[in-house]
Write a protein that binds this ligand. Sequence first.
Ligand code: ADP
Ligand code: MG
Length: 723
Amino acid sequence: MSAAKSKIQEQPSSKFQMKQISEYFGKSVFGPKAMAEYVSKEAIKAVNESRNTGKPMDRKMADQIAEGMKNWAIEKGATHYTHWFQPLRGSTAEKHDAFFDPTGIDSGIEVFNGKALVQQEPDASSFPNGGIRNTFEARGYSAWDPSSPAFIMEKASGKTLCIPTIFVAYTGEALDYKAPLIKSTNFLVKNTVEVCKYFDANVNNAKVSLGIEQEYFLVDEELYHQRPDLVFAGRTLVGNMPAKGQQLEDHYFGSIPERVYNYMTDFEKEALKLGIPLKTRHNEVAPGQYECAPMFEEADIAIDHNSLLMDVMQSVATRHKLKVLWHEKPFKGVNGSGKHNNWSIITDTGINLLSPGHSPQDNLQFLTFFINTIKAVHDHADLMRASIATAANDHRLGANEAPPAIMSVFIGSTLSDVLNQFEQSKPAKSKSSKASEKKISVYRIPEILLDNTDRNRTSPFAFTGNKFEFRAVGSSDHCANAIIVLNTVVAEQLAKFKKDVDALIKKKVNKLLAIEQVLIGYVKASKKIIFEGNGYGEEWVKEAAKRGLSNIKTTPYALDAYNTKHTKDLFVNNSIFTKKELEARTEIKFENYLLKIQIEGRILGELVKNYIVPSAVEYQKKLIDTIEGLVRIGQTKAQNKHLYELAREISKEINDIWENNNKMVEERKKANNLDHADKKAKAYCDKVKPYFDKIRESADKLEELIDNDAWKLPKYRDLLFLK
Ligand code: ADP
Ligand code: MG
């Protein structure tokens, strides 16, 4: 968002992109250009200072910025302002206030000033806090984050000035994603710079880069509203695949339907105005599924932008009478959606540390960051798994179409060879640097690697030429969950690396040899996490078990990784979370899981009683009337055996579905009586959720048997293929 910060951002690659960007880019952002026009130089200096040092700005300056921001926003047509933040429930939060309190027809009192800009106290008792605050002391503050510039959000009914903020409890604990994300980034940058000094004394700073590919489904708005499961759970809880689904794979990269194309260009324009340039758009594998990817940016901004983009995409969809489905698995039987997090680190000297270099020495630096990342993922595989665990993502991970729940790293054949060679080469005996120069020349990684890296769509964490791609993140998830963990584990690993290397240097081992020796040890220690084969195959499940890798299929068990001493030490010792914050967040995750399953269970019950069984009974009555009529005209049972059979089958499914629904309700009651969120979540997972499949089986059978006109829910064939 901000260009005042020396920031990294991918450059446009085509003339069209350049034209679009120059026309719309940042039009709705209070960035450096707008600031220069509306705010004094002195105040801009104060913002930059506060940005760089994290220190609060003095009130006089804040008043000036607020005044400029307000004038800019009003000129652009905004009437209200809001502190914009990302509470732990996911998505974003806003509470709009008008710039003026009216006192008469043409007069009003100005209410937006420096104080209103810098800090607000939203009535925050209803945001998740994991026990940090009780409702009676529910004060929470949103505090301006000057590193993200304000922007104007346009929705159908008007324009609102949005001021990005962090959200903290009265007691000081963070209640959002932003504060710990920034801490984790700073932690990674600090340790990166220290390790870089081995190779280049000129490196003084670095940025974590992130490009987030977003997959989504589109459905017709009118049909969407006829499916309570889509409206309240974000996914279809019942429904059969039509005769033609994705088996021909003809949707993937196919031509984009015009209605969708119009939608895409529309939201891309809105995104551009907000400073989010998108670089790709295409059809995904499943019918009705699409993907877009922005150009990469600094991680914290990329994550803000992903939240903002999701918001924009949903609101623009309304104009096109569409609904975006973010759920990881909105439809059974076709692919689910993910959010691939492309991640790297780039130094202030312009070097992408995950890009193989031109010289052996550069390559040793590349290998340093490459191997340390692998080691970090290896040592914290369960935490990485936990970072992407949600009720929705469970449908995707391990469902033979998305990265499996087993954490592994894909690096491609070229780098596998390099690591093998590396591991087998014994550390050179000579301590002279000349010998070491010669020795490391084996790491002559082909320069063509970037275009040459093979792709493996089945890997949860893949190296793709000049970045790692954390592919297992769910499409509806807030990326900060995953990136806080990734940043932190790699940062901690780099600190260990530095310690190990320094210890050898102290023993008079040459620096490059010391680096090499430590890295060889890491390759040996972590190579079991590297997997190049098919992650969807049954063989991998067996092989992974043999290697001792975890395969944690469900969220409440995956989340236990947040409660281990290993994890607590990692986060608390490195000041990313306090113990209280970490415990609260974990509690929220357990709660979130059980609430999601609870809601799904309830909706399923409603579908059974208010939609499915009534449809079945209506059709069954027709059938019985017909059979009675046939008897009246003297037909025998044998002559109409299929009609009898059909009536019997429908009765059987009605019985089954009703009974399973009752049993599910009983299990829900038992689960609700347990005393801790984690126990409840596990009971919901093990005892309640299995009934979903049983109920669905009968529902889908009934859908198959019953007259189309009697079926009360739009079917997959209507939902998946947009008209
Ligand atoms: P692909 O689709 O083949 O994985 P792309 O080049 O289209 O590769 O990139 C996908 C995403 O990765 C985009 O959002 C892009 O901006 C991002 N990306 C590319 N290079 C980097 C990098 N060095 N660091 C972070 N993200 C990157
Ligand atoms: Mg990609």
